[in-house]
Design a binder for this molecule. Structure first.
Ligand code: NAD
Length: 459
């Protein structure tokens, strides 16, 4: 393994390496992406084990939502990179005739990628794919709360890549703050609103552009024309995967009062079907990351009426998949993002009122609607704003590489996945090339009567 360098030295080394121009070579980038793919494929079991140690993450969820998601992103990027990176010809205005115009994708330089703990592998590796594809050098700062995954990422990257290209800095908030004091060419952050503001403030000092992938309270509207059992199953899966610690998990349900009891019962059935009579014994149910979050979530169980779940085990950081009935907009649980396996249910009688309540709150990262009616779907799409929307299912829009993934308003800024990750880490440089063949006199002084001519030309 290569020796660990202090952060500042790593950044300086990367800056010098970037200046050599080596990362501008597409073949070089492709070879690094293929190396990253091999690293992931060869170490799948170790990655899954680290995720198990950090979050009790079931192997299937580790494979699907972390490991293979990155492999898919790599396959797409490796296949399309030459095409994405090609200069694009665009038309030049007649007034500049003869000339040609094109847009060149230019790497930004040295970028910083800071991850959250809930999907601790893919939240740093998926942005890294775009950063490398676009020709940048990257410093990764995985979340210290997922300590096993953070260490594994640091070891694997150090074994596989030259730190002049990719380096990992491990540590807590002091380490992140020390990194933030340095100048980067882009900061890609995944985490909370609170820290998002700290990142943006630090970036402003260097005028560094940021991508902020934040969270929020994602509403899930359930209209009476939905097939209740399938709806409940899709909601239970999207809410309780990773024990509810998913940025796009449905945070709360808004259920039409005519089907509230039926849906509640269907959710009880769905939880039993997915995790058995005692989810604590299910190999398919994850655990809460640490004591702090366990206690934070346990306190929320005192609200409303528990329809199912509510059991906890502090030693194991276990909180059962829980549905809370009897919650209203003023309940404490409606104040902050839940980020755990507790699902409050609020009933409504009029869709317009439900929409008005959503719009009175910060824009969420995801919004869900279960309804067969195209009119209702259109109504909700047109009258709400959110990072993304999934109709008649939950969270699966995340795994569609053609869809931009990111927030709006308080749920974040910027988006990634697929080509957008490449775009996030590229500067689009406009280049106009003029010919010496012709030189229209119109633009030069003395302007004399040329104003009249301009008016005539642009009327
Ligand atoms: P967090 O903001 O506490 O931490 C994220 C990163 O910031 C970590 O690497 C941490 O070391 C660093 N950090 C923490 N405090 C800091 C400080 N004071 N100064 C500088 N750096 C600091 O977030 P988290 O608890 O890891 O993750 C949970 C949040 O992330 C939730 O809000 C969730 O919705 C959001 N999230 C969003 C996405 C997305 O793609 N939009 C994905 C996962 C999680």
């Amino acid at each position: 393994m290569l020796a660990q360098l202090p952060s500042l030295e790593k950044i300086t080394q990367q800056r010098q390496f970037f200046q050599t121009g080596e990362t501008r070579n597409i073949e070089f980038r492709l070879s690094q992406l293929k190396r990253l793919k091999q690293l992931i494929l060869k170490n799948q079991d170790a990655i899954a084990l680290a995720l198990k140690a950090d979050l009790g993450k079931p192997q299937f969820e580790a494979m699907g939502a972390e490991i293979l998601l990155c492999v898919e992103e790599l396959n797409l990027t490796i296949k399309n990179l030459k095409n994405w990176a090609k200069p694009q010809r665009v038309s030049a205005p007649l007034s500049q005739f003869p000339s040609s115009a094109r847009v060149i994708c230019e790497p930004l330089g040295v970028v910083l990628i800071i991850g959250a703990w809930n999907y601790p592998f893919q939240l740093v590796i998926a942005p890294l794919i775009g950063a490398i594809a676009a020709g940048n050098c990257a410093i990764l700062k995985p979340s210290e709360l997922a300590a096993n995954t953070s260490k594994l990422i640091a070891d694997l990257i150090a074994k596989t890549f030259d730190p002049k290209l990719i380096a990992v800095v491990e540590g807590g908030k002091e380490t992140t703050q020390a990194l933030l004091a340095e100048k980067f060419d882009h900061i890609f952050f995944t985490g909370s609103h609170r820290v998002g503001k700290i990142i943006m403030e630090a970036a402003a000092k260097h005028l560094t552009p940021v991508t902020l992938e934040l969270g929020g309270k994602n509403p899930c509207i359930i209209e009476p024309d939905t097939p209740v059992e399938l709806t409940a199953k899709r909601i239970a899966w999207g809410k309780f995967i990773n024990a509810g610690q998913t940025c796009i998990a449905p945070d709360y349900l808004l259920v039409h009062n005519s089907i509230k009891d039926e849906l509640c019962q269907a959710l009880v059935g769905a939880i039993r079907e997915l995790y058995g009579e005692n989810p604590a014994k299910s190999p398919d149910y994850a655990r809460i990351i640490n004591d702090f979050h366990f206690e934070r979530l346990r306190a929320l169980l005192n609200e409303g009426k528990i329809a199912v779940g509510g059991e906890t085990n502090a030693e194991e950081h276990y909180i059962a998949p829980t549905v809370l009935d009897g919650v209203n907009w003023n309940s404490e649980i409606m104040e902050e993002e839940i980020f755990g396996p507790i699902l409050p249910l609020i009933e409504y009688s009029n869709l317009e009122e439900a929409i008005a309540e959503i719009n009175a709150r910060p824009k969420p990262l995801a919004l869900y609607l279960f309804s067969k009616s195209k009119t209702t779907q259109q109504r909700v799409l047109n009258s709400t704003s959110s990072g993304g929307v999934c109709l008649n299912d939950t969270i699966v829009h995340f795994i569609s590489p053609e869809l931009p993934f990111g927030g709006v308003g308080e749920s974040g800024m910027g988006a990634y996945h697929g080509k957008l990750t490449f775009d996030t880490f590229s500067h689009k440089k406009g280049v106009l090339k003029r010919s010496f063949l012709l030189d229209l006199k119109l633009r030069y002084p003395p302007y004399g009567g040329k104003v009249k001519l301009l008016k005539w030309l642009f009327k």
